[in-house]
Design a protein. Structure first.
Length: 297
């Protein structure tokens, strides 16, 4: 796979993730947030299962220890928190807001890398984080100085998403089993969500049948295909390219929300979107200049 092909695949992944917000919103019309989350991640685990079997049977496959299992479970818990908070928030906010507010994890990742792993971030992270916060404020309703409950839930999901993004690469590299890590965390997330949904949410077989298409779309494409394809594509794409391209998920979310659900943004909302997107690009592109300048010289 060439670098151009990898970048095109990453663009497709961002489009799938962006469109998944619409499917999630439709699925919430028939199921509770945790039941929907549990079922779609179990579907994603089934999609990845053939790759896990192939990975485990490959010559030289790493023998997993009990400690490795606990690490996968930890990632699954983080994934559950992020997906559940996001899914709850989508019940009472727009698809466009959900897509952009979820992207707040982008500046959080290097910040948490400094706090947890002592990796000092590039200085561009600080103004980028501030721009994201201001953008989220404008997007959520700057005129009355308040943030809707749904917006707050989605914003809260950014923290477990950021910790998950920060740790999953470290865990997958040390275990040398990316598909096993992916499928294991999907299974953990699916079982936790399903258990909560069965115990504390109202559900019915009719509701599951009515939500079948949103479940299949988000389970097969968003969870199974997109997350797995990301692992493949980033073997060939430059890391900076991948981060920038995947951040376009927010643009696809707004586009699908506009076309399929009639979401409309006020001028302040558009400004907020622009600030968040600009901040994401800023913190990804600016550190590259330090590398490119010596090469140009």
């Amino acid at each position: 796979m060439s670098r151009i092909q990898a970048n095109l695949l990453l663009t497709l992944i961002a489009m799938i993730w962006g469109s998944a917000f619409v499917a999630q919103a439709h699925g919430m019309e028939h199921l509770g947030p945790m039941m929907f989350t549990g079922v779609r991640f179990l579907i994603g685990a089934l999609v990845v299962l053939p790759l896990i079997v192939r990975e485990r049977r490959a010559p030289g496959a790493k023998v997993l220890t009990r400690g490795d299992g606990w690490k996968i479970i930890g990632l699954g818990v983080l994934l559950t928190l992020g997906a559940a908070l996001q899914q709850i928030g989508i019940q009472s906010t727009t698809v466009t807001n959900a897509g952009f507010l979820t992207a707040l994890y982008v500046p959080l990742v290097p910040l948490l890398g400094w706090l947890l792993l002592r990796h000092w971030p590039h200085w561009s992270v600080w103004p980028g984080a501030l721009a994201c916060l201001v953008g989220a404020f404008l997007l959520s309703g700057a005129h009355e100085l308040n943030i809707g409950l749904g917006d707050a839930w989605v914003m809260a999901s950014a923290l477990p998403w950021a910790i998950h993004v920060l740790l999953i690469g470290v865990v997958a590299d040390r275990m040398n089993s990316p598909y096993t890590v992916a499928g294991g965390q999907f299974l953990c997330c699916g079982l936790l969500g399903l258990a909560w949904g069965l115990g504390f949410e109202t559900w019915s077989w009719e509701g599951l049948q009515s939500a079948a298409w949103p479940l299949l779309y988000t389970g097969v494409l968003s969870v199974g295909v997109a997350f797995t394809a990301q692992v493949v594509a980033q073997r060939y794409a430059h890391a900076a390219d991948a981060a920038i391209i995947l951040s376009s998920e927010t643009l696809f979310t707004a586009g699908f929300g506009y076309v399929l659900m009639g979401d409309r943004l006020s001028p302040s909302g558009l400004l907020g979107c622009g600030l968040i997107l600009g901040a994401m690009l800023f913190i990804q592109l600016l550190p590259m200049l330090r590398v490119l300048r010596p090469r140009a010289a």
